[in-house]
Ligand binder design. Structure first.
Ligand SMILES: C[S@@+](CC[C@H](N)C(=O)[O-])C[C@H]1O[C@@H](n2cnc3c(N)ncnc32)[C@H](O)[C@@H]1O
Length: 351
């Protein structure tokens, strides 16, 4: 049996509940019961306590009832417990990406018939999410985009995503963006010194470039082949204008072509195209000053020894261009991309 405070005047309920909560006398939350509201009480509370706390509310009474307080769902998977079987539920990932107000989740193909319920459950728990997509393929092509299937909410693809107080307009269907790179964007930006010239070879909608220019008085060439990414890059520079100390030169081109015009210029080159970056080391070294500089080389590697493999690969590629790695400044796993497969970065000082 549980004790409840019974309230018929609904307008007073919130105030009474908050006061009980302040005195740690309720197990909350408020329960609707026909035309009355019930506040679950701690067992120690009696009518004398209630009269003392609320002398003006003579109609308040305490009832004892058998009543199970419904547990508040803590995750979207809690909401799906009555909809999906437990085996099905286990196969749905607990985590997913949220970009601005758009959520993107991976759903096994044979559970796509439940996708709408899954999407709605996500929106009920994450109330700022307005649109939910299911992944419908791998990240592919030169522009590194992926097909998505709308499963719930508004049919839209653009949103504003915040990272470290900076704002990025993203088009989840036509440009690449991963919210799981936020720390990496910031980490690299913090390595840059005032006065540097940086080339962000594969800038996407500009997160590395904009983080860098927000922290340092420097010049960043932000290059991308994808016209949709380039348009958003320009919008994002405007969106963050007041927070930028450095200058960004947006370029919509194949970086190999750009390297024919601006050679031997950069103190630092960022190569975040992990699937194909090995094909661009020659271009990066053309852009880098002859006296040397830093490259941030991104790659995918399988376990085991994924970090060692990444360093070995970069060393070979640099030496094949007649240059040398003077020092590996850092090597780290950026994120997991599949079981036993990692997105790795090597920061190297190159002669
Ligand atoms: C993995 S995304 C990186 C996005 C960005 N650096 C970030 O952190 O969000 C790679 C980008 O490289 C661009 N890209 C691919 N090949 C390119 C090339 N040859 N020249 C310039 N950009 C290229 C793609 O359009 C894509 O936007």
């Amino acid at each position: 049996m549980m004790k409840f405070l019974v309230i018929s005047n609904k307008r007073m309920c919130q105030g009474i509940y908050l006061k009980l909560k302040r005195h740690r006398l309720t197990k909350g939350p408020i329960i609707r019961n026909d035309d009355k509201l019930l506040i679950p009480l701690n067992n120690s509370v009696d009518l004398i306590t209630i009269r003392r706390l609320f002398p003006e509310c003579e109609e308040l009474r305490i009832e004892e009832k058998d009543y199970l307080i419904p547990e508040r769902p803590r995750s979207f998977k809690d909401l799906l417990k009555n909809v999906l079987g437990s085996d099905e539920l286990k196969r749905i990932p607990s985590s997913f990406d949220i970009i601005g107000d758009i959520a993107i989740i991976e759903i096994p193909e044979d559970l796509m018939n439940r996708a709408e319920e899954i999407g709605k459950a996500i929106m009920r728990i994450h109330t700022r999410v307005k649109t939910v997509y299911a992944k419908a393929g791998r990240v592919t092509g030169e522009y590194r985009t992926r097909k998505l299937t709308l499963i719930a909410g508004e049919p839209k693809a653009t949103t504003i995503h915040s990272e470290y107080g900076l704002r990025f307009k993203v088009d989840v269907l036509n440009t690449y963006f991963s919210p799981r790179l936020a720390y990496e964007h910031r980490r690299v930006a913090e390595e840059v010194r005032d006065g540097e010239i940086v080339v962000d070879m594969f800038t996407g909608v500009g997160p590395f470039a904009i983080h860098i220019a927000s922290l340092r008085r420097c010049l960043v060439y932000a290059v991308d082949l994808n016209p949709a990414a380039y348009r958003l890059l320009i919008e994002n520079i405007k969106l963050n204008k007041r927070n930028l100390k450095g200058e960004i030169i947006p370029v919509n081109a194949d970086v190999r072509l750009l390297a024919k015009y601006i050679r031997n210029i950069a103190n630092r080159v960022i190569m975040n195209l992990p699937e194909y970056s090995h094909e661009f080391v020659g271009t990066a070294l053309t852009l880098l000053r002859k006296e040397g500089g830093v490259i941030h080389y991104y790659t995918f590697e399988d376990e085991p020894e994924e970090l060692e493999k990444a360093v070995r690969k970069l060393r070979c590629l640099v030496e094949a261009q007649g240059r040398r790695i003077l020092k590996v400044l850092k090597v780290r796993r950026v994120k997991s991309i599949a079981p036993h497969r990692w997105h790795i970065v090597v920061d190297a000082l190159v002669s």
